[in-house]
Design a protein around this ligand. Structure first.
Ligand SMILES: NC(=O)c1ccc[n+]([C@@H]2O[C@H](COP(=O)([O-])OP(=O)(O)OC[C@H]3O[C@@H](n4cnc5c(N)ncnc54)[C@H](OP(=O)(O)O)[C@@H]3O)[C@@H](O)[C@H]2O)c1
Length: 294
């Protein structure tokens, strides 16, 4: 019997063509690997040229691809999707994973270092810098996933069969609010809402679902969230009922489920993968690394 708790069903997505955004590192790599294990052909993307989809050589090198696409640019999205369709004939799955931000001690005055780590356009003036930081968080976590979904859906609606779109959201989207992650939380909350609306509009050709992550272990999470005096997160994860971070592979297996026939009647929902964490419990702890750096 397949080990359903440790790897994806090798046939669940056989023959499907999947696009995953943000696969140069982090959660996107785990999602791409699980889709590959489930039999899909995966075209990952990120902003820089890479020799291939990281770590996929041992899984399914013939079905794994890593191309360049900047989701902040509509021409880049359009060119990338056109190339996928020209090469593979169709797109069955889109996982809108690229995104993220950096916590900031005050919403009204974003420090230069925080803006630099997040990757927003630079500005000397504090107000301009703060405004650009928040605009960038909303662009990357709400507007760009919408752009990607619209472009891919315009392909899906021309195909036979039912497409599947998954948006990667965050526990910061919870209605309780997300101090330290204000614009990011609002954008992710918008993404959950967008998921419902698109699910209602596009039900004839695509199911649209969402996955809201709690702390998920990646290189960036280790560097920018876990405090230097608690590098394994022993104290940090004590606040999570399951006592640990999630893994990119666990997120990937949930995506496989949502794209598979097992989830044929699931549409417009948001699944939380957070170990049962209460909203908000980690905001202060998550800020410590940044405040130590400032
Ligand atoms: N890790 C967590 O604890 C956690 C918790 C909640 C939610 N999430 C969500 O999970 C998703 C992945 O997060 P992560 O932790 O894996 O982040 P990450 O390690 O920073 O990886 C982000 C990925 O997105 C790509 N990317 C960034 N900007 C892009 C752009 N403009 N166009 C195309 N690709 C771009 C990056 O590639 P390049 O920089 O090479 O372009 C990278 O591959 C995000 O949506 C995040 O909000 C993560």
């Amino acid at each position: 019997m397949a080990e359903s708790n440790t790897s994806s069903d090798g046939a669940a997505l056989h023959g499907k063509v999947a696009v995953v955004t943000g696969t140069s590192r982090g959660v996107g790599v785990g999602i791409a690997h699980e889709l590959l294990r489930a039999g899909a052909t995966v075209i990952g993307c990120s902003r820089g040229e890479l020799p291939g989809l990281p770590g996929a050589e041992d899984i399914a090198a013939d079905r794994a691809h890593q191309w360049v696409c900047d989701q902040g640019n509509i021409d880049s999205i359009d060119g990338f999707v056109t190339r996928v369709v020209d090469t593979f004939g169709r797109i069955d799955i889109l996982v809108n994973n690229a995104g993220g931000t950096v916590p900031t001690p005050a919403v009204e005055a974003v420090p230069e270092l925080v803006q630099r780590i997040q990757g927003a356009p630079r500005a000397e003036d504090e107000f301009t810098r703060t405004a650009l930081f928040h605009a960038f968080a909303i662009q990357m976590n709400l507007t760009s996933p919408l752009w990607f979904a619209v472009r891919v859906y315009r392909q899906m609606r021309t195909q036979s069969g039912m497409g599947s779109i998954i948006n990667i959201s965050s526990g910061a989207s919870h209605p309780a609010g997300s101090p330290t992650l204000v614009s990011y939380g609002a954008a992710k909350s918008g993404l959950n809402h967008l998921t419902r609306s698109l699910a209602e509009e596009w039900g004839g050709h695509a199911r649209v679902n969402c996955v809201a992550l709690g702390p998920t272990m990646t290189d960036n999470f280790q560097s920018f969230v876990l405090p230097s005096d608690d590098p394994d997160g022993r104290e940090y994860f004590a606040k999570v009922p399951l006592g640990r971070a999630g893994t990119p592979a666990e997120v990937g297996r949930t995506c496989v489920f949502l794209c598979s026939g097992a989830a044929d009647y699931i549409n417009g929902t948001t699944i939380e993968i957070d170990g049962g964490m209460m909203p908000g419990v980690l905001y202060d702890a998550g800020l410590k690394t940044i405040t130590d750096l400032l």
